[in-house]
Design a protein around this ligand. Structure first.
Ligand code: GLN
Length: 278
């Protein structure tokens, strides 16, 4: 634990040791990020200034954060926010922590330059709000089956001043015929039996992660529901998991997106599935 008046260097070293002992993959980085955010002191200054002393309030907040992190709570939930593209999102356990690889869906929107987007399974609103932020002419409808997620997403939209162009709805798909220029979705795609790191498996909402025995059940059922709901778009982008490319491509072709393309993420894992109608 960190005593008031403790040196920042000692506090960081002690926290990093406890994190390493708890099995955390990036102990020193997590300690630095938490202390920097909670003390308001730049990370570089925290590291460079060996004589820096912590204010009692910062030391207390850091102790509490260290206690939480040792239980493998994600850094983003402890801080209550996560950066994604150019925006900062408020997050809590009702929504997944936005992942860097999910930014590929936003990059697809920049390529397509849509005037209207449907995002299915918006969670914190990360994709919808980043698209709204980066494409000022675009209107977005964003859905989630979780009331809690829609509360988080709507609060993010308000805080970011983007609520005029982003409409949220609880449910899977909008009701009534709806044509969009682009559909985007990061649906749950983790196979039920997959082991996940404690940060994910013990803290993030399972309903946003797991997609049945091979991970593609939710994607299949959402795609199957689109025809009946009258939801269409010339281009669709889906985030997928390792080894799901061929299966999801076949699903897309079966419902009319006849041209499919899989793009790998920075780790070389097939991550973005793009479907086009012709
Ligand atoms: N990429 C996330 C993970 O592996 C899963 C996100 C999802 O299912 N949509 O933890």
């Amino acid at each position: 634990m960190v005593a008031s008046g403790a040196s920042a260097a000692d506090a960081l070293a002690a926290a990093a040791d406890s994190f390493a002992a708890a099995g955390i993959e990036t102990p020193r980085l997590d300690a630095e990020v938490l202390l920097s955010e909670l003390s308001g002191i730049d990370r570089a200054a925290l590291i460079a200034d060996r004589d820096l002393t912590l204010e009692p309030a910062a030391a207390r907040a850091f102790s509490e954060a260290v206690r939480r992190r040792i239980r493998r709570e994600p850094v983003a939930y402890i801080l209550g926010s996560k950066g994604f593209r150019h925006i900062e999102l408020t997050v809590d356990r009702r929504v997944l922590v936005p992942r860097p690889e999910t930014e590929m869906l936003v990059e697809l929107a920049l390529e397509v330059q849509p005037e209207s987007v449907l995002e299915i399974g918006t969670g914190s609103g990360a994709i919808a709000l980043a698209v709204a932020d980066e494409l000022p002419g675009c209107r977005i409808t964003a859905s989630d089956v979780s009331d809690g997620a829609i509360e988080v997403a709507a609060a993010n939209a308000n805080r970011l001043g983007l609520c005029e162009r982003v409409e949220f709805l609880v449910g899977s798909l909008p009701v009534g015929a709806a044509g969009f220029d682009l559909i985007l979705a990061n649906l749950p795609y983790v196979p039920d039996s997959d082991g996940l790191p404690p940060e994910v498996g013990q803290w993030e909402p399972p309903e946003a992660l797991f997609g049945g025995p091979d991970g593609t059940d939710v994607i299949a059922s959402v795609l199957a529901g689109m025809g009946g709901a009258g939801v269409t778009a010339p281009v669709i982008g889906l985030e997928i998991g390792q080894g799901q490319g061929e299966r999801v491509a076949a699903m897309l072709r079966a419902v009319g997106w006849s041209e499919t393309e899989v793009r790998p993420d920075l780790a070389g894992i097939e991550r973005l599935m793009v479907g086009r109608t012709s």
